[in-house]
Design a protein around this ligand. Sequence first.
Ligand code: THU
Length: 157
Amino acid sequence: MNQKEIHIHFEEYASIDELPAEDRELADEAIQAMQGAYAPYSHFHVGAAVRMSNGQIVRGANQENAAFPSGLCAERTAMFAAGARYPDKDMRSIALVGGVYGRITDQPATPCGACRQVMAQYQTKAGKPMSVIMIGAHKVWKFGKVDDILPLIFDSI
Ligand code: THU
C-alpha cells in the first residue's frame, strides 16, 4: 500500500482590483451578471462570466423555478449559453460571484459539484486548462485549472 496525496494550487487576492487585467474584466462581468439572477426562493443571486478563446465574454445568472430541480446555477447558465453561442471556441476561464439579494459574500462563492463537472468537460473538450475565479468581497481565489477544484475528474466515457 502506498500513501498518496493530491496537491491543489491556487492564488488568493485581497480583491478583484489585484487581479490581472483580463481576469478583473471577467470578474466585473460576473458581478454585473448578478443582476440577471431570478431567485425568488433562495434570494441568493449568483453571477458568472465565461471568457472564450475568441475574447468574447458570455454572462449567466442563476434561474430558479417552482419545480426546484428545473432551475439552474449561474455557472451552467453561462457555460451552456457560451457552448451554444460559440461551439467551435474554447472556454478559457470562468468567474463567479454570489450573495443574498446581490450583496456579495465576504468569502469567495464556490461552485457546486454539478457545475464543476460541467466545467471539467468543457476543459476536456478544449484540451487546455480552464481557470476558475471565485469572487468574495474580502477575498478572491483563482484556480488555474478545473482539476484543482475537482480532483480525479470523471471523463472516462
Ligand atoms: N447557485 C448557483 O447559481 N451557483 C452555485 O455554484 C451554487 C448555487 C444558485 C442555485 C440557487 O438558485 C441558489 O444559488 C441557491 O442555492
